[in-house]
Write a protein that binds this ligand. Structure first.
Ligand code: PLP
Length: 437
């Protein structure tokens, strides 16, 4: 007989799907610095109010700690396989020779389009439809957010237009096909569809693109097309709040087996999957209900939390957005392409930045060659059997390193990694990085 403590898969029945999202704003150690208008140019907040979903902008500044998830959205969550399981990495533990350290991972890779991004995509599509919109525009880096929004738009019978960072658009042919199968229009960014795209191309016709440029294109497209709203897949407060469904489920799952994680790890680009798993736990730390540490795994291509400055900056290259107080490398910085392109963003979410400023979140960054990252992904695949997305493999690398460190120090530790996505549409990256032919 297998007891619940020994089970390697901890599942929640659908009735246990959380009914509310967690909003960390009232629990933060200091009020979140508000967005600011830059000294020159048109008013940015007004621009966002015209191009984004009203309900999401309202949620951006919500004061209440718990925000009810509309029943229709809970149904969509259940339809796409929530609650998702938490796994104990027993085979990986054995392979690493762990005796004192227990490793767990949350399965956001089990999403229909392959990542956690569907958790906010269906919410944004739902509110857009309620507000009478017909089209969603967006940017995408790794392609996971674009696919998630294309999926959500199709479920709710909306159009979807995606600006996809060129360096990734060019090689992720299979993911492009999936977006198109889901009915989306997909442009390589910088594109000729927008003023900002044309301007960048006129200076450099071979520009490899960046998330900052693609965001500017998505915003401009929404501004210039009737019935269209712009949706963002990371960084903003409401996106992180929608993603707390991950951490809220994970808390229930650990409670079920009477286990208390000491360290939560997620990869971090803008901060949505990391925030999603970590914020509900951080909230309990801030309210004196638990002790736990939090580690964000990054790339040295975009080590915003490590090498960035904590200051007001724009979220996009064309400076359409208001200024937000964020750890930033500068919104015009050029970052080298990496396979985990979803981690290549110049800044971290305001909420994560504030928590980092208060030393409640730690960060680690791995070399641009990504060798150690793909090695970790291979060990995970060969022992646990699941193929992680390149981005998620940063969390796995950090999880393995921290587990071995604790084991060597003779510490008992419980570590939980968030597997933000699967890698089935990233096999070309595996082929190249692991020389697998
Ligand atoms: C699978 C996956 N994980 C992580 C990320 C990083 O984004 P965020 O920091 O918002 O979770 C991305 C971004 O595209 C992604 O596709």
């Amino acid at each position: 007989m297998v007891t619940i403590m020994e089970k390697s898969q901890i599942t929640l029945p659908v009735e246990e799907l959380p009914a509310k999202w967690y909003n960390i704003l009232p629990d933060l150690p200091e009020p979140l610095p508000p967005p600011k208008e830059p000294e020159t140019g048109p008013p940015r907040a007004e621009f966002l109010a015209r191009t984004m979903i009203n309900e999401c902008l309202k949620q951006e500044m919500a004061n209440e700690r718990w925000v009810l998830i509309p029943e229709e959205i809970r149904e969509l969550y259940i339809h796409m396989g929530r609650p998702r399981p938490l796994y104990r990495a027993k085979r990986l533990e054995k392979r690493l020779g762990l005796k004192r350290v227990r490793l767990y991972y949350k399965r956001e890779d089990l999403s229909p389009t392959g990542s956690h991004k569907t958790n906010t995509a269906v919410v944004q599509a739902y509110y857009a439809l309620k507000e009478g919109k017909t089209t969603l525009s967006t940017e995408t880096g790794a392609g996971q957010w674009g696919t998630a929004l294309a999926y959500a738009a199709k479920l709710l019978d909306l159009e979807c237009v995606i600006f996809w960072v060129k360096s990734v658009y060019d090689w992720k042919v299979d993911r492009r096909i999936l977006m198109k199968l889901l009915g989306a229009k997909v442009y390589s960014s910088p594109s000729k569809e927008t003023n900002i795209g044309r301007e960048v191309l006129s200076k450099n016709p071979n520009h490899s693109g960046s998330l900052g440029i693609a965001i500017s294109e998505g915003l401009e497209y929404a501004k210039t097309h009737k019935g269209c709203v712009y949706c963002l897949g990371s960084v903003l407060n409401h996106v992180l709040m929608h993603q707390t469904i991950i951490g809220l489920e994970t808390i229930k799952q650990f409670d079920l087996i009477d286990e208390k994680p000491d360290l939560i790890i997620g990869c971090l680009g803008g901060g949505s999957n990391f925030g999603g798993i970590a914020l509900p736990f951080i909230g309990e730390v801030l309210r004196g209900k638990r002790e736990c540490e939090f580690l964000a795994a990054q790339s040295l291509a975009a080590p915003n939390l490590i090498k960035g400055e904590y200051r007001y900056d724009f979220c996009d290259v064309a400076e359409h957005t208001p200024l937000l107080k964020i750890y930033t490398l500068g919104h015009k910085i050029e970052m080298p392409p990496i396979k985990a392109d979803g981690l290549r963003y110049h800044a971290a979410a305001p909420i994560i930045s504030l928590l980092r400023h208060h030393n409640l979140v730690k960060a680690i960054a791995y070399p641009i060659d990504e060798k150690s990252i793909f090695e970790a992904a291979k060990i995970f695949l060969q022992n646990e059997g699941w193929l992680p997305a390149p981005e998620s493999s940063y969390a796995i690398r950090a999880g393995i390193d921290k587990a071995l460190e604790a084991e060597r120090a003779g510490e008992e530790k419980v570590i939980c990694m968030n597997i933000s996505g699967h890698g089935f549409l990233d096999l070309m990256a595996y082929k190249e990085k692991l020389e697998c032919r």
